[in-house]
Structure formats: structure tokens, C-alpha cells
Design a protein. Structure first.
Length: 577
């Protein structure tokens, strides 16, 4: 007779449930693998039959890319297929900041290619090229009707390789040949660092590509050598993100070792990670402000969100973009790649800041924002209340008003750019960018420059009234109603000359910025902007005082106890009160 060890009934039930879960999980995996295999067979068969039997010639590469792109279009916009020809451009955009080239960016205008901006100290600037110069050909390849992306690729090549450019200067008929030698061009992550008023340091971080944390650390050391820092401003505005590990290292510069910075969680358990600080900080006690705006995304939001959750920095500016998704690249056969969203990331308090729902779409097929009713509250380290689902809200909101219609139109038609090109030809030098301003005489010259130029724009009010007049005509409203509407529309209809006067402050700023960049490149544009930057000025005011307000915000006193409460939750709170 065999001996059976007694197992309590509760334990037997646990074992049975565990076994069922294992086999049911195995069955699910088996079903998934079967469906994947089945559908791949179907796709392969369809692809083969079309390639072999379609009535007209087809390009197999185009067919497969169209099919893959259509499949990925059902997912989020960050999951993308990268063909072999685009791999190097992908790495430059998402991984490294270094390439072989001449140090110039270009733009396309009316089918022609022009120099947009030069990078100081690189071959293009040393050869005398200027923004506004037209590129006719590169190594014998005509550029007419080519895209700016295609031309950028032609400009790149191996270090020390020769490149032949046919260039036409503004106002000239003939083109000239320039032979340049390509050099290693590195676009730094940190585009500006310097001391501002009252011992406040400033670091502008444009992206989180390789060596971003090292650049921020070096900038910090450099500022500390110049003066004893009373505060630091880390500017992450218009920063679209990059490598998450660089974000973690940057947070580590300001917070102690062992702090949780960000967690990522995915369907695949191998994609679930937590990232903590691993080194001693170098700026633990310096009062810190982080600037963000609606274009701050991904890794920029990780840094701003972590420093906010840890009550280490005051965040100033506008609500961030709201990208809480993590991408990973996977190599495919024949040197292609696919970038896949594998997880969502969560700040130390536990909030995910993803704002768009990429699973559901509205009736028009557009992705929707997470409704306020589904947004949850979380607590920072000191108990301040923050919310998920809608980006990072600043502790101090300072909105940047949008440009007026006339400014947008003059920028989009490159008329501000053209005036700066003319200005540079006529003026050998200008004062330092931080002291340069467009005076009334120069602005009057700009108005004369615009005479006869083709630019058209319409204010929102004028556009709504125009539509209202059309609707009234369709509905055959009485003549007196139509007359009143048309009269009102005529009154609202803008006068270009009057708008140039009414909005000259704004236009002087964009003109000054473009002109400053012609003499002092990107750093000049940034330096010029300081005196017109209300978000930056608010940060300087916060750090340039006794810091009472700064520490009051981090302690969550008064209005700073709750940050960015959604309207729906606010209504519930008011009803409860």
C-alpha cells in the first residue's frame, strides 16, 4: 500500500488554482503564438501574390513599407518602422549628437534650398556662408525641388571628405563654387550656460541624447567656478526628450543617492524597471527652478516630474506635453529597425503623465485626452497633491501668449528672415546680443521693406464674422441684417499698417532675435531673448530673493498645496464644501 502525505484542503486548493493559472497562461501564450503564425502566413501569401501577379509593376520595398506603416498607424505615433536608409538619421535624432558635415541647417522655399542657420566654428561658417544663401547643387547633384531632409543627408559624409557646393548669394545672378572639407559636427545637448542676475545660474538643455548629463554637470561646475550660486535655472522648454538614463543622471545631480526617479511598466514583464539615483549629488542644496512649456516632453517631463515629486525644485511655465510612453528599438533583418512603445513611465509619486489615449479614438478618428473624471491624485514627498493623465503642471503658471496673426504670417512667409538677411549685409556688426534692441528707426525701415510684399492673414474674429456673413446669405436673412454683419466685418477686417503699429513690440522681439542669431548664432538668439522672457524673469525673481517664497512653495503652503487640479475634480471639491 502506497503512503500519501496528507495535504490540507486549503493548500490543495491553492496548488490546484496555481496549476490552472499556469496552464491557462500557457494556453493564452500558445493561442497568441498560433494567431501570430497564422496571420504572418496570410500576409506573406498576399504579399507574394500581389508582387507576382498584379497587372502593373510594383516595388516590393514600397509595398512592404506601406503595409507596415499602415499596421503601425493603428497604434501610437511613436511606434515606427525605420528602413535601412534612414537608420543614420534616426540615430542622430534619438541617440547621438555627432555627425560628419559642414555645420549648417537648411530649409526649402518655393522649390529652392537655402541656408537657415550656421553652427559657430564649423566649416560652413568658416567658409563665409550666410543664412539666406541659396544652395544650387551638392557634388554636382541639382537641389531644385529636393526636400530639406534629402539635402541634409547630401551635406553629411565622412570626416575630412571634400564637398563641392554651388552657392548663390542674395541679390546675385551668378552662383559660385565652394569646396569645403567636412568635419565632425556635434550639436550639444546644452546650448547655453551662464550667470544671470544676482548670482543665479542658467542652463539651457535642448535634448537628452548621449552625454546630456555630463554636459549639465560640466556646465554646473563651470558656473560654480565663476561665482557662488544663489540659485539655478534648468530650462527644459521645447525639449522633446531622449534617453531615459540621461534624465535619471541629471536628476541625480540634485537629489541624494538611492532616490526613485522613474518607473516603467509594460505588458511584457521584462520591460518593467525602476530607475534610482546611484551616485552622490553635486548640487544638493542649491535652490533650483525648472522651466517647462507645452513642448517639453518625455525625458524632460521625467526630470521635471521627479524633481517636483521629490519637492526638490519649483517648476515654472506652462503645462508640459504629456508623453508618458517608453520606446525601445529592435533590429530587423537586412539592417532595418522598428521603434516600439513597450511601457508607460511613472514619476516617483506614482503618476503617469500620458495625456492622450492611444487605445480609443473619437468619432472623427482622432486620439482623445484622458477625461478629467479618470484623473487621479497623488502626493509628493512632502504631501503636496499632484495629478496624473495630463502632463506636468507647473507650480507657478506663466503662460506665453501666442503670436498675433500678422507675426505668424511674416514668419511663415520668411519676411522676418529676409529682412535679417538684408540687415546683415548692410551692418558689419551689432552690440552684444544681450544689449541689442530694434530701435524705432530700424523698425520703420522694416515697415518700408514690407511695402509691396505678399502676405495675407486673418484674425480669428474676422474669420468668424466672414463665416457668419456667408451663413446669413445662405439662410437669406433680411437685407438690414446682412448690411450690419458686413459693416461689422469690414470694421474688424484688419489694416496691415495699423497691425504693424499695434504689434510692434512683439515684432521687434522676433526681428531682434533673428538678427542677433546672424551675428552670434544660437547663443546670441538665446541671450537676446532673456529680457523679453517672462517665464525666465519669474524664475529669476523667485531665486533672487531671500528664498522665502521658494521654500513656501516646496512646503506646499497655501495655494501651493494642490498643483494642477482638473476642473472636474475642482467642481466635486466645491460641491463637497
Amino acid at each position: 500500500m502506497k503512503y500519501h502525505k496528507h495535504i490540507p484542503s486549503a493548500r490543495r486548493a491553492t496548488v490546484l488554482v496555481a496549476g490552472l493559472l499556469f496552464f491557462s497562461g500557457f494556453a493564452v501564450i500558445k493561442d497568441d503564438l498560433f494567431l501570430i503564425s497564422k496571420n504572418l502566413d496570410i500576409f506573406s501569401a498576399v504579399y507574394r501574390q500581389i508582387s507576382l501577379n498584379y497587372v502593373d509593376e510594383t516595388d516590393p520595398n514600397t509595398l512592404i513599407k506601406t503595409a507596415v506603416d499602415a499596421m503601425l498607424n493603428e497604434l501610437d505615433p511613436y511606434t515606427e518602422y525605420v528602413v535601412e536608409a534612414d537608420v543614420e538619421a534616426y540615430k542622430l535624432k534619438y541617440v547621438d549628437t555627432k555627425y560628419g558635415g559642414i555645420g549648417a541647417s537648411v530649409f526649402e522655399r518655393d522649390g529652392s534650398i537655402f541656408i537657415a542657420e550656421l553652427f559657430a566654428g564649423h566649416p560652413a561658417a568658416r567658409a563665409g556662408l550666410q543664412p539666406g544663401d541659396e544652395l544650387i547643387s551638392i557634388n554636382g547633384t541639382a537641389l531644385r525641388r529636393k526636400s530639406s531632409a534629402a539635402v541634409s543627408q547630401l551635406l553629411r559624409g565622412g570626416e575630412n571628405s571634400a564637398i563641392r557646393l554651388m552657392v548663390r548669394k542674395p541679390g546675385r545672378e551668378d552662383a559660385e563654387l565652394l569646396v569645403l572639407t567636412r568635419a565632425v559636427v556635434r550639436q550639444p545637448n546644452v546650448s547655453y550656460e551662464g550667470l544671470l542676475a544676482e548670482g543665479v545660474g542658467y542652463i539651457k538643455l535642448d535634448k537628452f541624447l548621449e552625454h546630456a548629463a555630463k554636459e549639465v554637470e560640466e556646465a554646473l561646475h563651470g558656473l560654480a567656478k565663476e561665482a557662488e550660486l544663489k540659485g539655478l535655472i534648468l530650462d527644459l522648454r521645447n525639449n522633446g526628450g531622449g534617453i531615459v538614463q540621461e534624465a535619471v543622471k541629471i536628476v541625480n545631480l540634485f537629489v541624494p543617492e538611492g532616490e526613485l526617479v522613474v518607473s516603467q511598466k509594460g505588458k511584457n514583464v521584462t520591460k518593467t524597471h525602476s530607475f534610482r539615483t546611484t551616485a552622490k549629488p553635486i548640487a544638493l542644496d542649491i535652490p533650483l527652478v525648472v522651466l517647462i512649456n507645452r513642448h517639453s516632453a518625455s525625458a524632460a517631463e521625467i526630470v521635471a516630474g521627479a524633481l517636483q515629486d521629490l519637492d526638490r525644485a519649483v517648476v515654472i511655465g506652462e503645462r508640459s506635453f504629456g508623453k508618458g510612453l517608453v520606446q525601445q528599438t529592435f533590429n530587423l533583418p537586412y539592417h532595418n529597425m522598428v521603434k516600439v512603445t513597450v511601457a508607460k513611465y511613472y514619476t516617483p509619486s506614482g503618476r503617469c503623465i500620458q495625456s492622450l489615449d492611444f487605445v480609443h479614438r473619437d468619432s472623427s478618428g482622432e486620439f482623445t485626452r484622458l477625461p478629467d473624471s479618470l484623473i487621479n491624485a497623488f502626493s509628493t514627498k512632502k504631501g503636496r497633491v499632484v495629478y496624473d493623465g495630463s502632463g506636468i503642471f507647473p507650480d507657478i503658471a506663466v503662460e506665453k501668449p501666442p503670436y498675433h496673426a500678422i507675426t505668424k504670417d511674416l514668419l511663415s512667409k520668411y519676411l522676418v528672415f529676409d529682412y535679417a538677411t538684408n540687415f546683415k549685409r548692410e551692418h558689419a556688426r551689432i552690440p552684444d546680443a544681450s544689449n541689442f534692441e530694434i530701435d524705432d528707426m530700424q523698425y520703420a525701415d522694416f515697415i518700408r521693406f514690407l511695402e509691396g510684399k505678399n502676405y495675407h492673414y486673418s484674425s480669428r474674429t474676422a474669420e468668424v464674422l466672414r463665416q457668419l456673413v456667408e451663413l446669413a446669405e445662405e439662410e437669406k436673412n433680411p437685407d438690414e441684417v446682412l448690411l450690419e454683419l458686413r459693416t461689422l466685418a469690414q470694421k474688424v477686417s484688419h489694416s496691415k499698417q495699423q497691425d504693424l503699429i499695434n504689434h510692434q513690440k512683439e515684432l521687434k522681439e522676433v526681428l531682434g532675435s533673428e538678427i542677433a542669431s546672424r551675428y552670434y548664432h544660437r547663443k546670441g538668439r538665446i541671450s537676446f531673448s532673456f529680457k523679453h522672457d517672462h517665464q525666465l524673469q519669474r524664475a529669476i525673481a523667485l531665486l533672487g530673493t531671500t528664498h522665502n517664497e521658494y521654500y513656501s512653495i516646496l512646503a506646499g503652503e497655501g495655494q501651493y498645496k494642490i498643483i494642477g487640479r482638473p476642473e472636474a475634480l475642482l467642481a466635486v471639491a466645491e460641491t463637497a464644501d
